[in-house]
Design a binder for this molecule. Sequence first.
Ligand code: THU
Length: 154
Amino acid sequence: MSEQASDLTSEEQALIAAARGAMAHAHAPYSRFAVGAALRLTDGTILTGANFENASYGLSLCAETVAIAAANAQGRLRDIAAIAVAGGAMDVADGRDVITPCGRCRQVIKEAQDMGGRALTILCAAPSGEAVARHRLDDLLPHAFGPGNLGIGG
Ligand code: THU
């Protein structure tokens, strides 16, 4: 669903700002496309990640995956309450095209959602501008395979 930043809560706006801030840490010399992701945990903690590319291109890690792995590294995989992602071409000033998580990231978010037992929404933003798209993971990845298929619950 498309919205304006002004329609969001201050908490949501802060999460988007954190995702945009994380773009500065992208290691993306190959694509020159910077992505930042921010997670809000149940206690209000915000964790971020940025895309982390590799000279062996296919090994590159997306920002959302890096952020969720960071949460897991802190024992907080089950505590993710909200996600924001922002990204755009490094060589374009003030890019305004909103990005959405790639397919692999949707599956990684599915793992976090199901282990936390909490429906997750992803706020999707551009590097600049007011446009924001809000998507439920279950809309981005319908009929998903997840922990439940292996008998694992949150
Ligand atoms: N990328 C992300 O970090 N997240 C996504 O959801 C889409 C793509 C990164 C991967 C690569 O470093 C760059 O964006 C261009 O594909």
